[in-house]
Design a protein around this ligand. Structure first.
Ligand SMILES: Nc1nc2c(ncn2[C@@H]2O[C@H](COP(=O)(O)OP(=O)(O)OP(=O)(O)O)[C@@H](O)[C@H]2O)c(=O)[nH]1
Ligand code: SF4
Ligand SMILES: [Mg+2]
Length: 415
């Protein structure tokens, strides 16, 4: 978990999709005001996904993702489709580029997929210098209740096309499913006190706190609450010196069993991982998935999914510790596999459960998109933090500040 939470992870990601040659790359270049992506009259010019991060005032920093046009006739068809789909999973908003009066099942399918993943769609009608869209075409888009803009990426008047795009994106922002809840400030009254229990062991970086801890401190300050930070060893003694109990205790998952034992009932307690599960994903659904751990059977297929592939420290958790704990906890032999980074499998239906990492370098949207894919095939998903708390027998306590998630966990558990 000790990677910087890059600003990239919290930027608005806008995916640009559409059939070959409609002008996706030209549109990206027009927005950027420079020739970044190669464009040409040949269909299938873009073969790799091109990303451009830029300040799109007044929207703020955004990442534009230009994808390969999909054309069933092209030889690279299936590879491209897979690449484009992977890239689009990262999008918070989908800009679907079309040309006047050209609409097919392809556009409808993409829109259906985006809607299933709760991604708002903006139709960008390009090449209007060659032909204006007909009234019938525009009403077809209106009937589908889609936002649209029109213009020409190469035919001059770039400024007004760019402005229309920014206005339209701004209009879609309130519909974004990806707006995260507060990290923890909403769990305390104003002026409240949170105790953060932070183990300083060999795995802790020298001379500083890790990013999730710093983010929690900042969120508490933003919420007019205060924080007391203490190591697990000093926690019990420190708690006993407080005149009134804290409003919330947050601890690292690795020490949750001990912190639960040291915390009187009635004090809301959770872990950093659970806070981030809510911040980065859908806590209720992840808690429901955690319930599956109590009902594993021999041979069940479990996927342990890591959001990136460059964190030697955590290899141990995903590849060694969690599999070992799972086998001990369930008492049976399980079929456990792992994936990392963008290798998240397209077909999830045969997995009994997916246990995902905290996704510190993933956007909330990426996490939600993966959850959506699992949900479509009725595969449950949970994450490391929740799983570790279940395996240590303390998840009910660690979900005490989140009644909805607790009910989801217990409902699935059948108690
Ligand atoms: N007349 C006109 N031509 C355009 C416009 N936008 C793009 N083009 C041209 O259309 C052709 C395809 O543009 P690209 O931007 O490469 O299209 P693309 O959708 O990225 O294509 P692929 O990457 O092959 O899928 C190029 O020759 C562009 O110059 C436009 O608004 N008007
Ligand atoms: S595997 Fe997940 S939690 Fe670990 S560093 Fe990568 S994204 Fe973050
Ligand atoms: Mg292109």
């Amino acid at each position: 978990m000790d990677l910087p939470v890059t600003p990239k992870a919290s930027r608005l990601h806008i995916g640009i999709a559409g059939r070959v040659n409609v002008g996706k790359s030209s549109f990206l270049n027009m927005l950027a005001g420079q020739d970044l992506a190669i464009t040409s009259a040949l269909p299938g010019t873009t073969t790799d996904v091109v990303e451009k991060t830029m300040e799109l005032l007044p929207l703020g920093p955004v990442t534009l993702i230009d994808t390969a046009g999909i054309d069933d006739a092209s030889e690279l068809g299936s590879q491209r489709i897979a690449m484009t789909q992977k890239a689009l999973r990262r999008a918070d908003i989908l800009a679907l580029v079309v040309t006047p009066d050209a609409w097919s099942a392809y556009e409808d399918n993409l829109i259906n997929e985006a809607r299933a993943a709760k991604v708002p769609v903006l139709i960008v009608i390009n090449k209007t210098d060659l032909a204006e869209p007909s009234a019938d075409f525009l009403s077809l888009i209106d009937v589908k209740r889609l936002a649209w803009i029109s213009g020409s990426a190469t035919g001059g008047a770039a400024e007004s096309f760019r402005q229309a795009f920014k206005d339209a994106v701004r209009g879609l922002l309130p519909t974004l499913y990806t707006a995260p809840p507060s990290l923890l400030g909403d769990l305390l009254p104003p002026g409240g006190l949170a105790v953060l229990v932070v183990p300083i062991d060999l795995g802790a970086p020298a001379g500083r706190l890790i990013v999730p801890q710093v983010q929690a401190l900042r969120d508490l300050l933003d919420s007019d609450a205060s924080a007391l930070v203490v190591k697990d060893r000093e926690y019990a003694a420190t708690l006993s010196r407080l005149k009134t109990p804290p409003d919330l205790v947050v601890c690292d998952s690795q020490v949750v069993a001990r912190v639960v034992a040291d915390t009187p009932q009635g004090i809301p307690l959770t872990t950093f991982s659970i806070l981030f599960a809510r911040f980065k994903g859908d806590l209720n659904a992840l808690a429901r998935g955690a319930g599956v751990l109590n009902r594993l059977k021999p041979g069940d297929r479990i996927l342990i999914a890591e959001g990136c592939s460059h964190h030697p420290l955590e290899d141990d958790i995903g590849r060694v510790k969690i599999p070992r704990w799972l086998r001990q906890f369930s008492g049976c032999e399980l079929d456990i596999s792992t994936c990392a980074g963008h290798d998240f499998p397209a077909d999830l239906k045969d997995y009994r459960l997916i246990i995902h990492c905290g996704g510190c370098v993933m956007t909330r949207h990426e996490v939600l998109a993966r959850m959506g894919e699992a949900e479509t095939v009725q595969t449950e998903m949970t994450n490391y933090g929740l799983a570790i708390s279940v395996l240590q027998g303390v998840l009910e306590r660690a979900l005490s500040p989140f009644p909805g998630a607790l009910a989801a966990y217990k409902g699935h558990f059948g108690t």
